[in-house]
Every structure is written in structure tokens, then in C-alpha cells.
Design a protein around this ligand. Structure first.
Ligand SMILES: *[C@@H]1O[C@H](CO)[C@@H](O)[C@H](O)[C@H]1NC(C)=O
Ligand SMILES: *[C@@H]1O[C@H](CO)[C@@H](O)[C@H](O)[C@H]1NC(C)=O
Ligand SMILES: *[C@@H]1O[C@H](CO)[C@@H](O)[C@H](O)[C@H]1NC(C)=O
Ligand SMILES: *[C@@H]1O[C@H](CO)[C@@H](O)[C@H](O)[C@H]1NC(C)=O
Ligand SMILES: *[C@@H]1O[C@H](CO)[C@@H](O)[C@H](O)[C@H]1NC(C)=O
Ligand SMILES: *[C@@H]1O[C@H](CO)[C@@H](O)[C@H](O)[C@H]1NC(C)=O
Ligand SMILES: *[C@@H]1O[C@H](CO)[C@@H](O)[C@H](O)[C@H]1NC(C)=O
Ligand SMILES: *[C@@H]1O[C@H](CO)[C@@H](O)[C@H](O)[C@H]1NC(C)=O
Ligand SMILES: *[C@@H]1O[C@H](CO)[C@@H](O)[C@H](O)[C@H]1NC(C)=O
Ligand SMILES: *[C@@H]1O[C@H](CO)[C@@H](O)[C@H](O)[C@H]1NC(C)=O
Ligand SMILES: *[C@@H]1O[C@H](CO)[C@@H](O)[C@H](O)[C@H]1NC(C)=O
Length: 860
């Protein structure tokens, strides 16, 4: 029989069980409302993480959206409660679109004393500071604030969190950790196993104190601006598994000895530091080492053969190659780029079955292209670009079924391209630019092609025209060859983003399918070909064109009106063609337009006042020369060309037109420009965004030069020559103090040269010849540097450098107002900026960045 007593106990037990179960599911009221209040502090937007979550493969969505009043907060997305006490113990709001700041008075700090894990990574806290109130989460073991736009000084109070096992403050570009905070931090956080301070500025701290963190497993101090000698004791922390001090350019140190060591180090990244000395033989004792990245250090000496003993190695990015690479039977990733290795490439290529990625670019390897070893069949990535490889490619190589990247640009490879190359079934990236190749291009077998760059060779014939095989092609760069034929093949390349065909012999017209392309098409560069016909008026409503360069072809007809759909357009160069149209004033509505070149065409008629209130707000270069424009100079434009006025050059970095941000891409497109600069026609392969010029020469403009031109005080070059301008030279020209060249020659200008023009500080070329000017030539400053040629064929100019002295009754110019500078022009030497660069696409300059920035994200 069961006694009442027992029943009672059973009842009690069930009851208790019931209660605890119920209890376990419910958040406290306080915590629920505190969380809801916390939610109120934010707005949500998708790119709060700048796309980072995507790139590390974490789904990003607004977790807080499911947080609603009346439901149990323990069931909310990102909230974790203790099963017994129902206290919130975990809050994971990473990748949650948060945008806002966390005030010190936030409710979050008051009601969560049991919180153990807090993850706010990948949000946007608007460069706010990390609140000192975080120290109230005294039980915190895991704190992750990485990549969330925090800035300022990390509060000392973080060091109160003495239970922390993992602390991640990485990728907050404005954060700094200073003494005494740092010292306290390392003294108190004795349990910390993972410490990620990547990008946090800790330049002012003594890294010796890190030696106290004896529990450390992972330490990431990459790009922390560390200085001085790195304490090599850190390598010997007993549990240290991963160490990255990548990118501390001013950090010095030596690779320590590992004699009798049982160090568990698996991952070591010393790249981009000033580490030097020899690699000790004892490196062979790091039996667990899987990845060694010691690229761009100052190591020297011979390579210890013991490196070949590290059979676990999968990733080796280094400035040196061990002699016995074939021992590294697990090697997957070998990077030895950017050094000065010499010798025959064939002697250095490993022959390891496991190898998938081989980066050998940017060395000085010579010899012919190697016939790849029989073991390298798995290769996915092969880059030998920017070496000194000579001679033809081998006529046969069998079996690289998975090769997707073949980079051979910038070598001295000659001969024709052998068939095996076109037959690579998985090829996606194919770069043979800047070699000495001849012959034809055959049909590709791969349907995965996304990038083809064959620029700067001597290839000829048609580019293979069939086919659906080009559907994935995003970049096609064939510039500076001798390709010919028409462009019909393009109609298949619907994914095109960059098309650079400049300096070839392509002919025919642009196909009408142009409008059907990917909306991401952004560079169309057809300069210097034999194209003809009219431009199809098919630019789609929303498109992303940034550059349209049709210079030096035989195009004719009007400027297609649908160009007004190109709201992103920065460069429109229609120069040296046979376009025949009125001035396309409607381009003034393209607010991104920076360069407009209509030079040497058959444009005609007056430039009427624009209908737009502020036409061409970003135009820096306007070249309308050598056309049939008539009527007065375009006064309204002079008044509104804001990009040529009051530019505070000190306030922005020198940039070139067309350069996307380096992180976005492994290449960039350089816009180039042909213009008359300082009197000679010049091809600029890179255009600084501070380059500003107006060229209206060789037209039939008439009337006076408007005073208002003095507003364009940031302009570097002004050419109004060979028109029919009358009246005086306006004194307001003296406002254009940045001018480096001024050409008003071959007009009908009368009166005197305004003495104020002496203010020019950078003027290197002045041409006032063939006018009807009279009176004294200004003296001093740049005027002392001009010769007779600047003034010939005028009515009655006088004074040096001319021989006829001024009539004594002519008032002498007053003495100089300011100290005469040296006579050389202080302007930019636009020509000198150029050498070594070519128009079009530039590859790989940021390759190192690209590789390393994919580094180890384990702390996240
Ligand atoms: C809490 O309960 C859930 C499901 O009931 C279980 O998965 C989890 O392991 C429990 N946690 C603890 C700490 O007991
Ligand atoms: C982010 O929040 C700030 C205010 O904190 C606001 O000004 C900004 O517009 C928000 N950004 C987006 C994209 O919602
Ligand atoms: C917290 O402080 C901010 C500004 O100091 C204020 O706007 C806000 O109302 C305060 N919030 C609470 C909950 O007190
Ligand atoms: C260490 O943390 C405790 C609280 O856990 C705090 O009282 C103490 O001041 C901290 N010490 C330092 C040096 O930060
Ligand atoms: C380690 O911490 C102790 C105090 O806990 C301190 O005396 C010592 O100087 C520290 N060592 C280093 C290298 O910072
Ligand atoms: C590396 O391996 C060689 C044999 O291949 C052995 O003689 C040498 O002692 C090893 N070196 C180290 C440092 O382990
Ligand atoms: C392929 O690699 C194995 C070791 O993995 C080696 O024994 C063999 O000689 C290599 N083959 C060639 C052709 O190099
Ligand atoms: C090529 O890749 C596929 C898929 O990753 C794989 O199954 C195959 O074994 C690879 N081929 C070679 C030769 O490595
Ligand atoms: C290729 O260059 C090598 C020298 O590097 C030369 O001997 C050879 O004749 C060239 N071949 C062709 C086809 O131009
Ligand atoms: C100028 O462009 C804007 C779009 O940026 C458009 O809405 C507007 O209608 C255009 N103005 C004229 C007069 O075409
Ligand atoms: C020339 O500059 C002066 C002083 O900066 C200014 O007052 C004047 O308006 C400018 N002239 C013109 C035409 O912009």
C-alpha cells in the first residue's frame, strides 16, 4: 500500500517538478522588458556588417525582430537561459543588423548578472565607445565585440571580467588599448585562452606583460601597430596553438629555438613584420605546425632542412623554400610570392600530390615554363605571373582537370598559345597579359571563364566568336594586340562587367545587344580601333557604366540620348571620331560625370544654356576642342562647375580615376586620357582626381571671356585658343592660381594683359600669341620664365622678354608683392606620374592583401 504520506511526497515531487519545468521556460519579467528596451535602441539594416558575415559564411538577419512582448524571452532568437534558474546566460546578437549605440544607462547592464556569453560581433555601433558598464557582467566567460564599429579607448573596467576565457575585440578600426588598462587586463584575465586584438591599436603597451597569460591557446595581435622587439617567450607559452602577429610593420624579433620543445603550435603568422635572422634548425621540432606564414619578413640564410620534417604542414607562405618540399606530403597551399628568387622555375616547383594552390608570382624565376610534374594533377590554382619566364609554353601538358586559375601575366613568354591551354575544362581565370605571344586564340573548352586577360601581346585574328561559353565572362581584356573582326560574339557575353579592347584593329559597329548586358557592366573601353557606325541608343534604364571610352575610332551620328540613363558614368570619352551633333547638354544631369571629352569630332552649334539648375556638378575635365561649336563661351557652366572650385586638396588623398577600393577586388581599371597638356598632346595613363582642365580650343566661339571664369580657382589648365574671342583678358583670371597652362592664342583679344596675372604661381606654359594685345608684359614670378613665343603676333606688347622696351609713359608695374619663388613650376608633373603604368586593367597589386585578409578567423 502506498501511504498518504508517500502520495503526498509524490504530489509534492510532481508539483515541484512541474514548477521547475514551468519556471525553466520563463524569463523573468524584468529581463523580458530589459531586453525589449534594449531592442528599442537600435534600427536594423542589412549592411551593418559591411557584408562581413557573408564572407565568413554566417547567415545575417535581424534576430531581434522575433522579440515580442508577451512571449517568453528564453525562447527568443539569440537568447539562452539557464535550465534551472531561467536566468539569461547567453546573448548572441552577432550578424543581427544592429545599428545604434549602447548607452551606459542601458537596461541591458542592470538585469543580467548571470550572463556568461555575450556576442555582439558584426553589427554597427556607430564608432561609439565600449561602455565601462560591461564590467557589470561579472560572470562573463566569452565576450565578442569584433567587427562592430566600436572606437576609442577600451575601458579599464574590462579587466574586471576576470572569468573571461575568450575576448575578441578584433576588427574595430578605431579601438585602442593603453596602459595602464592593458597591464591590468593581462594581470586579471589569467583564464583567457583566446585573445583576439587584431586591428586594435596597442602600440603603447609593453608586450612583455603578455607572458603572464599562461592559459592562452589563440593569440591574434595582427596589425596592432606593435613596436620594438617581440618577446620570444610568447612562442613558448605552454598551450599556445595559434599565434598571429601579421602586419606589425615595425615589430622586430627572431625566430626562437625550440630545442626539446613540445610546443603545440599549429598556426604561426609572422608575415609583414621585421622579423629577421636565420630560421633555426630546431623549427623541425614544431611537430604540430600546419601553417607557417612568414612572408615579407627579413629572414636570411639557408633554409633548415628540418623544415622538410614538418609533415603536417598544409599552408606554407614564406620568403624561402625548403630544399626538400617533396617531404611535405600534406602541403595544400604553397605561397612564395613577392621575393627575389632566381633560378629555373622547374627546380623549385614541388611535386606533391596534395598541392592545390601554388602562388609563385612576383619573383625573378627564369627559364621556360615548367612541364608540370606528374604529381600536380590536383592543382586548382597556379600563378607564376610577374617572373622572368621565357620561351614558349610547353606544347603538351596532360590532365589538369581542376585548374581554375592560370596566371602567367608579366613574363617573357613567346610563341603561340598551345591547345592544351584552351582545352582546360575548368578554367575560370586566364591571364597571359604582358608577354610576347603571337598567333591566334582558339575556342575555349571551359564554360566557366570569368576573366580573360591577353592584353599587351602580339596576338591577332578574331577572338573566337561562338558562343554560350562566354555567358559567365565578366572581364575581357584584349587591349594592345592586333585582334580584328567584329564584335558579334559579345552578344553572348551577357555577364560582362569590363570590356577593354583598346589599341587593336577591331572593326564593324557596336551590336545593338549592348543594352542587354549585365546591369553590372561598368567599363566599356574601345579606344583606338577601327569601329564605325552609330552608337546604338540602347543604354538600359538602370545601368552601372562608369567608363565609356570610344576615343579614336570612326563612330558617327549623334550621341545616343539613352546615355542619360548612365547615372554612374564618370568618364565619357568620344574624342577623335566623326560624331555629329549639337552639344549634348543633357549630359549635365549625370551627377557622377567627371571627364567629358568630345575632342576632334563634328559637334556644332552654340552651347545653349542648360535646363538644369546645376549642370555637370562633378566635372573636372571638359575637352570640347577641335569641333564646330559657335556662339558665346558657356558662361553658365563656368558658374556651376563646382568640382573645379575651392577644392581643398589637402583634405583628400591623391587618387586615380577609376580605382575601386583595394579590398573589393584584385584588380582595378585605370582610366586614361589624351589631352593637350602644357602645349603638347599627352596620353595620361592614370588620371589623378585633382586633375582639372578645360579645353575649348579650335572652335568658333566668339564674344568675351566672361569674368565669371575666375570662379574656377582649382583649375590646372585652360585652353581657349583658336577661336574668335574678343574683348579684354578678364582680370579675374588672376584668381586661377593653380593654373599650369593657359592658352588664349589665336583669338581677337584686345587691351592690356592684366598685371594681376603675376599671381600665377604654377604657370608653366603661357600662350597669348596671335591676338591684338597691347601694353607692358607683367614682370616677375612665372612671367620671368616665358619666352618670346608666348607673345608673338600681337599689336603692341612691350617689355621683356620682347626686345621693344615699353614707352616710359606706360606705367611701370609696382614692385613684387611676395617673395619670388624659384622659377620652376610648382605644379604637378603630370607626365612624370605615368611611367610604368598602362591604361586599362592593373592586376594583382593588392594580391597580398587579398590572400592575407582571408587569414584566420577562428576567434570570431
Ligand atoms: C537545457 O535544456 C535543453 C533542452 O531542454 C538542453 O538541450 C540543454 O542541454 C540543457 N542545458 C543545460 C545546461 O542543462
Ligand atoms: C544608423 O543609425 C544612425 C543613428 O544612430 C542613423 O543616423 C543612420 O541613418 C542609421 N543607418 C541606417 C542605414 O539605418
Ligand atoms: C540614456 O541616456 C541617453 C543620453 O544620455 C538618453 O537619451 C536616454 O533617454 C537614456 N535612456 C534611459 C533608458 O535612461
Ligand atoms: C580584477 O578583477 C576584480 C574583479 O573580478 C577587481 O576587483 C580587481 O580590481 C581587478 N584587478 C585589476 C588589476 O584589474
Ligand atoms: C605577472 O604577474 C605578476 C603579478 O601577478 C607580476 O608580478 C609579474 O610582473 C607579471 N609578469 C609579467 C611578465 O608581466
Ligand atoms: C629531420 O629529419 C631528418 C631525417 O629526415 C633527421 O635526421 C633530423 O634529425 C630531423 N630533424 C629534426 C630537427 O627533427
Ligand atoms: C610523386 O610523389 C611521390 C610522393 O608523394 C613520389 O614518390 C614520386 O616520385 C612523385 N612522382 C614524380 C613523378 O615526381
Ligand atoms: C577535381 O575535383 C573534383 C571535385 O572537387 C574531385 O572529385 C576530383 O577528384 C578532382 N580531380 C583531381 C584530379 O584532383
Ligand atoms: C622565344 O624566345 C627565345 C629566347 O627567349 C628565342 O630563342 C626564341 O627564338 C623565341 N621564339 C619565338 C617563336 O619567337
Ligand atoms: C535628371 O536626372 C534625374 C535622375 O537622377 C531625373 O529624375 C530627372 O528627371 C532628370 N532631369 C531631367 C530634366 O531630365
Ligand atoms: C576672385 O577671388 C576673389 C577673392 O578670393 C573673390 O572675391 C572674387 O569674387 C573672385 N572673382 C571671381 C570672378 O570669382
Amino acid at each position: 500500500m502506498v501511504s498518504n504520506n508517500q502520495l503526498f511526497h509524490l504530489f509534492l515531487f510532481l508539483c515541484f517538478f512541474q514548477i521547475t519545468c514551468l519556471h525553466a521556460q520563463l524569463c523573468t519579467q524584468q529581463q523580458t522588458s530589459a531586453l525589449l528596451q534594449f531592442k528599442q535602441q537600435f534600427s536594423f539594416y542589412k549592411y551593418a556588417d559591411y557584408g562581413s558575415c557573408d564572407s565568413v559564411g554566417i547567415l545575417s538577419y535581424p534576430k531581434m525582430e522575433s522579440w515580442k512582448e508577451g512571449s517568453d524571452c528564453c525562447s527568443w532568437d539569440g537568447v539562452k537561459c539557464d535550465n534551472n534558474t531561467s536566468q539569461v546566460i547567453g546573448l548572441d546578437l552577432s550578424c543581427s543588423w544592429l545599428n545604434g549605440t549602447i548607452h551606459p544607462n542601458s537596461t541591458i547592464f542592470n538585469y543580467f548578472p548571470h550572463l556568461q556569453r555575450l556576442n555582439l560581433a558584426f553589427n554597427d555601433f556607430g564608432m561609439s565607445r565600449i561602455s565601462s558598464e560591461f564590467s557589470r557582467f561579472t560572470r562573463l566567460t566569452h565576450l565578442n565585440l569584433s567587427c562592430s564599429s566600436f572606437s576609442g579607448k577600451v575601458p579599464i573596467e574590462v579587466s574586471f571580467l576576470s572569468k573571461l576565457v575568450s575576448l575578441d575585440l578584433s576588427y574595430n578600426f578605431g579601438l585602442r588599448l593603453e596602459e595602464p588598462g592593458f597591464e591590468l587586463l593581462v594581470q586579471n584575465l589569467t583564464k583567457v585562452r583566446e585573445l583576439n586584438l587584431r586591428d586594435v591599436n596597442i602600440s603603447s603597451v609593453v608586450s612583455n606583460s603578455l607572458l603572464n597569460l599562461t592559459s592562452l591557446r589563440h593569440l591574434d595581435l595582427s596589425e596592432c601597430r606593435l613596436l620594438g622587439k617581440f618577446p620570444d617567450g610568447i612562442f613558448h607559452l605552454p598551450h599556445l596553438n595559434e599565434l598571429s602577429i601579421f602586419g606589425n610593420l615595425a615589430l622586430t624579433g627572431y625566430f626562437p629555438e625550440f630545442i626539446n620543445s613540445s610546443s603545440p603550435l599549429q598556426y604561426l603568422d609572422l608575415s609583414y613584420t621585421n622579423f629577421s635572422g636565420e630560421l633555426p634548425d630546431s623549427i623541425g621540432n614544431l611537430k604540430s605546425l600546419k601553417a607557417l606564414k612568414a612572408y615579407d619578413c627579413k629572414f636570411y640564410g639557408s633554409i633548415p632542412t628540418s623544415l622538410g620534417n614538418l609533415t603536417e604542414m598544409t599552408d606554407l607562405f614564406t620568403g624561402m623554400l625548403p630544399s626538400s618540399l617533396s617531404n611535405l606530403g600534406n602541403l595544400v597551399h604553397l605561397g612564395v610570392w613577392g621575393n627575389n628568387f632566381e633560378g629555373k622555375i622547374a627546380d623549385f616547383l614541388p611535386n606533391v600530390k596534395s598541392l592545390l594552390y601554388l602562388h609563385v608570382e612576383s619573383n625573378s624565376f627564369s627559364g621556360p615554363f615548367p612541364s608540370l610534374g606528374a604529381n600536380l594533377t590536383k592543382l586548382v590554382y597556379l600563378d607564376l605571373s610577374n617572373n622572368q619566364l621565357r620561351g614558349p609554353l610547353p606544347s603538351q601538358i596532360i590532365g589538369l582537370p581542376n585548374l581554375t586559375w592560370l596566371g602567367l601575366g608579366d613574363n617573357l613568354i613567346n610563341g603561340t598559345i598551345p591547345s592544351w591551354v584552351f582545352s582546360l575544362p575548368a578554367l575560370g581565370y586566364f591571364n597571359l597579359s604582358n608577354n610576347k605571344l603571337t598567333g591566334h586564340v582558339k575556342e575555349f573548352k571551359s564554360t566557366h571563364l570569368t576573366v580573360v586577360d591577353l592584353s599587351n601581346n602580339s596576338l591577332h585574328g578574331r577572338f573566337p566568336s561562338s558562343t554560350f561559353k562566354l555567358v559567365n565572362l565578366s572581364s575581357l581584356i584584349l587591349s594592345s594586340n592586333n585582334f580584328s573582326g567584329e564584335l558579334d560574339m559579345l552578344c553572348h557575353a551577357i555577364s560582362l562587367q569590363i570590356l577593354v579592347l583598346s589599341s587593336n584593329s577591331f572593326n564593324g559597329s557596336i551590336p545593338r545587344c549592348l543594352g542587354n548586358f549585365s546591369i553590372y557592366f561598368y567599363v566599356l573601353d574601345l579606344r583606338k580601333n577601327n569601329f564605325s557606325g552609330t552608337i546604338p541608343d540602347t543604354f538600359a534604364k538602370e545601368n552601372y557604366f562608369e567608363t565609356i571610352n570610344l576615343d579614336s575610332n570612326g563612330f558617327e551620328g549623334p550621341v545616343p540620348k539613352s546615355l542619360e540613363n548612365c547615372q554612374m558614368l564618370q568618364v565619357l570619352d568620344l574624342g577623335h571620331n566623326k560624331f555629329s551633333d549639337k552639344f549634348p547638354y543633357w549630359l549635365g544631369n549625370l551627377t557622377s560625370l567627371q571627364v567629358l571629352v568630345l575632342r576632334s569630332n563634328k559637334f556644332h552649334g552654340p552651347i545653349l544654356n542648360s535646363k538644369f539648375k546645376f549642370p555637370f556638378p562633378n566635372l573636372r575635365v571638359m575637352d570640347l576642342s577641335n569641333n564646330y561649336f559657335t556662339g558665346p563661351l558657356p558662361r553658365k557652366y563656368f558658374k556651376n562647375l563646382n568640382a573645379m572650385m575651392n577644392v581643398d586638396e589637402a583634405s583628400f588623398e591623391l587618387q586615380y580615376l577609376g580605382t575601386p577600393s583595394p579590398s573589393a577586388s584584385i584588380y582595378y581599371y585605370n582610366d586614361c586620357l589624351t589631352m593637350v597638356i602644357k602645349g603638347s598632346i599627352l596620353e595620361m595613363a592614370k588620371v589623378l582626381t585633382i586633375f582639372t582642365a578645360i579645353d575649348l580650343s579650335k572652335n568658333n566661339f566668339e564674344g568675351e571671356i566672361p569674368q565669371i571664369i575666375g570662379k574656377l580657382n582649382s583649375i590646372r589648365g585652360l585652353n581657349l585658343s583658336h577661336n574668335s574671342l574678343t574683348g579684354h583678358i578678364p582680370a579675374s583670371l588672376a584668381n586661377l592660381t593653380m593654373l599650369e597652362w593657359l592658352d588664349l592664342s589665336s583669338n581677337k583679344l584686345t587691351g592690356e594683359i592684366p598685371q594681376q596675372l603675376r599671381n600665377f604661381k604654377s604657370l608653366a606654359v603661357l600662350n597669348l600669341s596671335q591676338n591684338q594685345l597691347i601694353g607692358p608684359i607683367p614682370q616677375g614670378n612665372q612671367f620671368d620664365t616665358f619666352s618670346n613665343d608666348s607673345y608673338i603676333d600681337n599689336l603692341a606688347l612691350c617689355g621683356p622678354p620682347l626686345l621693344n622696351a615699353c614707352n616710359p609713359r606706360t606705367p611701370q608695374p609696382p614692385p613684387l608683392m611676395f617673395q619670388q619663388e624659384d622659377n620652376t613650376s610648382s605644379g604637378f608633373n603630370w607626365e612624370v606620374i605615368l611611367p610604368g603604368y598602362i591604361c586599362g586593367l592593373v592586376w594583382g597589386l593588392v594580391m597580398g592583401y587579398f590572400m592575407f585578409s582571408r587569414g584566420n578567423l577562428s576567434g570570431l
